[in-house]
Design a protein around this ligand. Structure first.
Ligand code: HEM
Length: 163
């Protein structure tokens, strides 16, 4: 689920409530800052940023990076898995940057409900069907961004699971 969301996240916005500075750039009060959760660091390698340009809080609480040597646009759920000290492989929600639900006080308040609904829909679907490959001409991540990130191609090809 998180890998699906990582690949289809919407940019989020924040309006500066006072004059401030971001990575050495002056941001006047009232500026709308877009956080591109579908750009560098997420779907392509991050920009090189001198540590001294970061704020003290950013330096103290750095988010882990995705492995940027890999194809960051590829659907690869394994990037969210990590082996613990006990040898078990588990989902690691902090494996890399993810902003699909935003963050902080104005982060998505329907996040838990969204995960619950996605779990129910996916479980019911995978109980009955297997997901077969969709022809490449019908399976791009093309989307229309408005209030939501709406896919242009939302097709699945199902095979009935035989028990
Ligand atoms: C996969 C499903 C969903 C995604 C990806 C999603 C994503 C987002 C994002 C990116 C934001 C902006 C967060 C920010 O600016 O930091 C947001 C805000 C919000 N979402 Fe969702 N959302 C989803 C489902 C839901 C559901 C099911 C509900 C309610 C039942 C919901 C209610 C809200 C509300 C009320 C806000 C505004 C929060 C605020 O401004 O204080 N969302 N959502």
């Amino acid at each position: 689920m998180d890998e699906m969301l990582r690949l289809s996240a919407m940019p989020i916005t924040r309006e500066a409530t006072c004059d401030t500075e971001l990575l050495g750039h002056r941001i006047p009060k009232g500026t709308v800052v877009l956080l591109l959760s579908n750009g560098p660091s997420f779907l392509s390698p991050s920009f090189e940023i001198p540590e001294s340009k970061r704020s003290k809080t950013s330096q103290a609480t750095r988010v882990r990076q995705w492995n940027e040597a890999e194809d960051m646009r590829a659907y690869r759920p394994e990037r969210w898995l990590a082996r613990g000290e006990d040898g078990e492989v588990r989902f690691d929600a902090t494996a890399g940057p993810q902003l699909a639900f935003g963050l902080g006080q104005r982060g998505c308040s329907g996040r838990r409900l969204a995960y619950t609904k996605m779990r129910i829909v996916l479980t019911l679907m995978l109980w009955e069907f297997e997901l077969l490959a969709v022809p490449p001409s019908l399976s791009s991540y093309a989307a229309k961004d408005g209030l939501a990130h709406t896919p242009r191609q939302c097709f699945i090809r199902l095979g009935k699971v035989k028990y």
